[in-house]
Design a protein around this ligand. Structure first.
Ligand SMILES: *Cc1c(COP(=O)(O)O)cnc(C)c1O
Length: 384
């Protein structure tokens, strides 16, 4: 690990790429796919871009450093990191997952687990499980969950996994290592969609797999090489650029989000607001123990009879769009736009009602956001 690791988090987000060759302040983008190799056949640090690339390595080092981890593997997308971590599951393995996970993760489990002989179980309340089946190879959680904002005790999930020799993997996309560092609570690996808060500008797809174990790192690095889902040099650069403002963006986004949740909680068109800890005092306590903030993504349910179509039609400033974590506020309707691949029964089991709206708050002036949401909610209420 480099010597800058002892600095505070925000300092480390900025000072990511000491360039020993020319002293460049920002990371150079090495586009070359191939590198000159020594005539004597000895090993060289770089040979082919799918194996190694200096810009990707700079991004990987920065991400690992922020997580306090030994290793990070940069992938082309968040799903690239997730499919890489699933790549070593074997026939007969069992996986216990949070009951509502990212739509793409749900899709992967549905498309590939059964045909690979892997069984999966979506556990509604991992906090109160006392054990997991003996053939469990992986416990895979999101906390808070997408899009229901339920909280899972990472230390308890690690205890469950380790009790049967399984690994705990945490998708930490919503929190980033700024707010929550699962490895400190016993997780074995962390996956990210860096497309979201880490990139932060709705202009780059990227993922990371972060871990401490050297043997597992070698295995997943080989898997990523074989699967061919590497983070590109230009996207690595975009991630390094996004990282530099991660803490200021998240501070402002969280501040805006808190104001907007307070407004929504008072509005008659809103039945309830779903943010980390909403479900129970116990989940609130767990979240406060393992996380430094509520993030900037949350949900709310429209009151009975208020139509989500009327609400969406009333928005002028905020786009109705999927994705999250960027500088602009985005609003989505999970049942039709994100979790549409689930059956209505699966959605009900995951707690995703047709009245649920997901909000990702950006860095705009909060008064403008509140005015837009208030107008859309007032209009939807009048129409019903
Ligand atoms: C977006 C997202 C992913 C997938 O990331 P991509 O970069 O779109 O592949 C995974 N997990 C969560 C929680 C996400 O929000």
């Amino acid at each position: 690990m480099s010597e800058i690791s002892s600095y505070a988090f925000s300092t480390r987000t900025v000072n990511t790429t000491p360039d020993e060759q020319y002293g460049a302040i920002t990371a150079p983008i090495y586009l070359s796919t191939s590198y000159r190799l020594p005539a004597d056949g000895s090993a060289a640090p770089y040979s082919y871009q799918r194996s190694n690339n200096p810009t990707r390595e700079a991004a990987e080092k920065a991400i690992a450093n922020l997580e306090g981890a030994a290793y990070a593997i940069g992938t082309a997308t968040g799903m690239g990191a997730i499919s890489t971590i699933f790549s070593h599951l074997k026939p007969g393995d069992h996986v216990v997952l949070s009951s509502s996970v990212y739509g793409g993760t749900f899709l992967y489990v549905g498309e590939f687990f059964a045909e690979r002989g892997i069984t999966a179980e979506f556990a509604p309340d991992i906090n109160h499980l006392e054990e997991v089946p003996g053939n469990t190879a992986m416990v895979y959680i999101e906390t808070p969950t997408n899009p229901t904002f339920r909280v899972t005790d990472i230390a308890h999930a690690a205890h469950l996994a380790h009790g049967v020799g399984a690994k705990l993997v945490v998708d930490n996309t919503f929190s980033t290592s700024y707010l929550q560092r699962p490895l400190e609570h016993g997780a074995d690996a962390v996956v990210y969609s860096a497309t979201k808060f880490i990139g932060g500008h709705s202009d780059v797809l990227a993922g990371f797999l972060v871990l401490d174990d050297a043997e597992a790192y070698d295995r997943y690095k080989t898997a990523a090489k074989a699967l061919g889902n590497q983070l590109s040099p230009f996207d690595s650069y975009s991630i390094l650029r996004g990282l530099k403002t991660l803490t200021v963006r998240m501070d402002k986004q969280q501040e805006n989000a808190a104001k907007i949740r307070a407004m929504l909680a008072q509005h008659p068109a809103v039945a309830r607001v779903l943010a980390p800890g909403w479900y129970s005092a116990e989940e609130a306590e767990i979240h406060a123990r393992q996380s430094r903030g509520d993030g900037a993504v949350f949900g709310f349910e429209l009151a009975d009879g208020v139509r989500h179509e009327d609400f969406a039609a009333g928005l002028r400033l905020i786009p109705y769009a999927v994705s999250l974590g960027s500088v602009e506020t985005l609003i989505a309707h999970p049942a039709t736009q994100i979790h549409e691949s689930l059956t209505p029964q699966e959605r009900a089991a995951a707690g995703i009602s047709d009245q649920l709206i997901r909000v990702s708050i950006g860095i705009e002036d909060s008064a403008d956001l509140i005015a837009d949401l208030t107008r859309a909610l007032d209009g939807a209420l009048a129409a019903h």
